[in-house]
Design a protein around this ligand. Structure first.
Ligand code: MN
Length: 410
């Protein structure tokens, strides 16, 4: 058979609240043309809402026109965010575009230079809430009669992925038993190869992170099928902006200058990590130090944010700090805690004894000994040296005090 290749993408969510990047990734269209692929599969949630804007539809149509003019076909199924019963403008779609209906599963034959190369099976969401298992609508291909590479396109939730709405639920086994060669899925925004071979079952994830929680590289899959019908899938990054969330601790920071420098260091680290992509970062400040009260002052974080953003103006590969959130706590004054005549005072005194008195340490170690020597404990725990033991005690004290007085001091 003829070799061929295709690109699989899903979940672009055009018109999503994050307006900054509201066009389909032109990178995907460029990639299709550059790699001279035979067809593009778009597996649902092209638009964020069923009432898609005319502008988003026009831009999407124009992107597909560019693809069509290059002789590349595009096949589309709709998902729960852009079901077919939502409003859509009456537009002339380019001739190489095929949109699957939402009433029944359809089979489409794909040709290359007049020769049939693959069979494509798909169905769109007619309405938003599809709670039935749509895999039942797909045929089971008899392996003996199988001649052509077969692909299933489905927007669905495999194995009840809890991070996403439970629409069109199904199991991996439901998909495997169809005897297809490739399942092009959509719906889950984090890329996942859920079956690596025979068949390949892939969620490409969204090609652009839409909010701070959608961190890391985003892209699509390029699939090559050789003359024996063997397929290989390669992830290719196409996101134009990358999201990051970072926790920075104020432990051991004493001045505003040190805090600002720490954010600058983080920005430079992120610029390197984003490998040429502009990025948007959310910073979460944690830890304890005297800086807590300064950070808590009205306007201080806003001013730091403004100052840092100004420094980024004009940077081509910018690192934009979206927000700085304050989860810091005040420094613990152990000396005054030791003088307290309550449970907290007793607890700090106890930790004080355990970390300085060798006999007490030996006593504590002996108490903990069964944990390390029991048959089940031995499998999980390594023996601890004295230094690590003291370090562990220190951390335990911090955890206890955080829980007991975390709010009391702030
Ligand atoms: Mn979806």
């Amino acid at each position: 058979m003829k070799t061929f290749s295709f690109i699989h993408t899903a979940d672009r969510h055009l018109d999503s609240p994050f307006k900054g990047i509201s066009e389909i990734n032109e990178e995907i269209i460029d990639l299709c043309i550059e790699k001279q692929i035979d067809f593009l599969l778009i597996v649902g949630d092209i638009y964020d809402g069923s009432d898609r804007s005319l502008r988003a539809q026009l831009r999407f149509r124009d992107s597909l026109k560019r693809l069509s003019d290059a002789g590349i076909k595009a096949f589309i199924v709709h998902g729960n965010h852009d079901p077919l019963n939502g409003w859509s403008a009456n537009l002339d779609w380019p001739k190489n575009v095929y949109i699957f209906n939402g009433k029944s599963m359809e089979k489409v034959s794909i040709e290359k230079d007049g020769e049939e190369i693959a069979q494509l099976y798909g169905i769109s969401f007619h309405n938003r809430e599809i709670n039935t298992n749509l895999t039942n609508k797909f045929p089971k291909i008899s392996q003996s009669k199988k001649a052509l590479f077969s692909i299933g396109m489905l927007h669905c939730n495999v194995g009840t992925n809890t991070g996403h709405e439970l629409y069109a639920p199904c199991t991996l086994q439901d998909l495997i038993t169809r005897n297809f060669d490739y399942w092009a899925l959509g719906h889950v925004h984090k890329k996942a190869i859920i079956n690596g071979d025979n068949p390949l079952v892939i969620y490409p994830g969204n090609p652009q992170g839409l909010h701070p929680k959608e961190t890391g590289a985003r892209g699509c899959f390029l699939v090559n099928v050789d003359e024996n019908g063997e397929s290989t899938a390669e992830f290719i990054e196409v996101d134009s902006i990358r999201w990051f969330v970072e926790e920075l601790s104020i432990d051991s920071l004493y001045t505003e200058q040190e805090l600002i420098s720490k954010v600058h260091t983080y920005i430079e680290k992120t610029r390197k990590e984003a490998k040429g992509h502009p990025s948007i970062c959310r910073i979460i400040l944690t830890g304890r130090s005297g800086m807590h009260s300064s950070i808590a002052r009205k306007g201080v974080l806003d001013d730091i944010l403004k100052d840092i953003r100004e420094d980024e103006e004009g940077e081509k590969q910018f690192v934009w700090i979206e927000s700085i959130e304050d989860y810091t706590n005040p420094e613990i004054d152990r000396k005054s805690l030791l003088e307290r005549k309550d449970f907290i005072g007793d607890l700090v005194k106890l930790f004080e004894e355990f970390s300085h008195d060798e006999n007490k340490i030996a006593e504590l170690k002996e108490t903990l000994d069964p944990l390390f020597t029991s048959p089940s404990g031995r499998k999980l725990l390594e023996p601890i040296n004295d230094e690590d033991f003291l370090d562990l005690l220190k951390k335990t004290e911090t955890v206890c005090l955080d829980k007991l007085i975390g709010g009391e001091l702030s």
